[in-house]
Design a protein around this ligand. Structure first.
Ligand code: LLP
Length: 415
């Protein structure tokens, strides 16, 4: 089902024309479709129905509490990487027992808070982190459940900034050292090893790297089993890619089927941590054309959204589709670079886009639900965009646009 679609030449989110949102809420503005989010989450849940499983949505992809609440109501768990994400999940009604805490730099206070709340497990990324968790658990008299995040040294074939499973990356425990570390856990009185995890990168468009990583992990799981250590789960992380342009990633069903085939002899719970595959295509960023600036070399459409609102094009040279919210019927299309008002040449949202534009036209940047708002900033003292959730024929502002006074509310002039 297409939750964003043209009807009578107008772009809609579910039953709401996007021009109505732009008119009432203004731009830039993120718009999400509730139905799309739910459909994407349920695709994972249905594909995994014959296996014990836990879907822990990666909060970093989009951490708005209204979205976390929708997912919690479906029964989702959450993969978090900071105390901020932990408190968001709790505020959104998430179940602590379905929270997994990942990340290479967990601070003492973050670990303590997570233990007090009673999260399901920590994905441990190094030996010093393991000792720190043990020390804190001892102090507050808790047993910490942990899973070791293994770095299997697999090329995820994705952008180097979002590849995490190679030896040169800071993530996880080298697979060769994993067994030595596991033997040390016996001496840590307040640690219980319950799983093995890995996450080799994001926006993977091929199945092979996932399967290779899983096979390496399974060799380790076999050794653990032979030593009579009982695990509860295997966590295969997130990373399933989506189509932004011409990529052809596996569907959720194909991905899960391939994983389950490799786990057909295992009774362990399967944990997954998808972010992008749940929320990316459920969101668009609306922006208004401020100026058309045509030069002998280039035509620029200067819009009111910028790299501070959507960083992916500037940071990864990422391509995201840009659509007019009124379908072009005029034949006079021109090649434009769609750029923002920020003072950096990296401030572009799309290059060489063939569009028919006039000032004040509204454009929609597609597949912006993941790593869009969550990576936005106030650079150039720009208030962050509003966020709207569409639910059939209604829409709700789930984050107000920041005001100018919000920008410096925490600052102070000194004598
Ligand atoms: N689990 C862990 C431990 C992760 O580090 C990540 C993402 C995920 C799960 C979710 O991965 P996903 O299913 O969303 O691919 N800002 C980048 C993506 C960074 C991903 C970081 N880790 C982008 O805009 O492409």
């Amino acid at each position: 089902m297409q939750h964003f679609h043209y009807q009578d030449d107008e772009l809609y989110a579910e039953q709401i024309p996007l021009h109505a949102i732009a008119k009432e809420i203004g731009t830039p503005c993120y718009v999400y479709s509730r139905a799309a989010i739910e459909e994407n989450w349920l695709a994972f849940d249905n594909a995994l129905q014959h296996k014990p499983h836990r879907i822990c949505y990666a909060v970093k992809a989009n951490s708005n509490i209204a979205i976390l609440n929708l997912l919690a109501k479906l029964g989702s768990g959450f993969d978090i990487v900071s105390i901020g994400e932990l408190e968001r999940v709790i505020a959104a009604g998430g179940d602590p027992n379905k929270i997994i805490f990942s990340g290479v730099g967990k601070s003492k206070s973050e670990i303590q808070r997570a233990l007090e709340i009673g999260i399901y497990c920590f994905n441990v990324e190094s030996e010093p982190e393991l000792s720190r968790i043990n020390d804190i658990a001892l102090q507050i008299n808790k047993i910490a459940h942990i899973s070791l995040r293994i770095n299997p040294n697999i090329d995820a074939k994705t952008h180097p900034y979002i590849a995490t499973g190679l030896k040169e990356n800071k993530f996880g425990i080298e697979i060769e050292n994993a067994w030595t570390l596991i033997t040390k856990i016996k001496n840590l009185t307040h640690i219980k090893l319950i799983g093995i995890s890995c996450h080799i990168g994001s926006q993977l468009t091929e199945l092979d790297p996932f399967i290779e990583a899983l096979d390496r992990i399974l060799e380790l799981v076999k050794i653990i089993k032979e030593k009579n250590i009982n695990l509860q789960h295997i966590n295969i992380g997130g990373g399933l890619g989506i189509r932004y342009h011409s990529e052809n990633p596996p569907t959720t069903k194909q991905y899960i089927t391939a994983i389950c085939e490799h786990l057909s002899h295992s009774t362990l719970e399967i944990i997954i941590e998808p972010g992008r595959a749940i929320i990316a295509n459920a969101g668009m960023l609306l922006t208004r054309v401020e100026y058309l600036k045509c030069t002998p070399h280039k035509n620029f459409a200067v819009v009111d959204a910028a790299m501070n609102d959507l960083l992916r094009p500037a940071l990864y040279d990422a391509w995201q589709n840009i659509l007019p919210i009124k379908q072009d019927i005029k034949p006079d299309k021109t090649l434009y670079d769609i750029v923002g008002p920020v003072c950096e040449s990296a401030d572009f949202l799309g290059k060489d886009r063939l569009l028919s534009l006039l000032p004040d036209d509204i454009l929609a940047i597609q597949t912006a639900g993941a790593y869009g708002f969550s990576m936005s900033s106030n650079y150039n003292s720009r208030p962050r965009a509003a966020e709207v959730l569409v639910d059939k024929n209604k829409f709700h502002v789930i984050r107000q646009r920041e005001t100018i006074t919000d920008l410096f509310a925490l600052e102070k002039i000194v004598p």
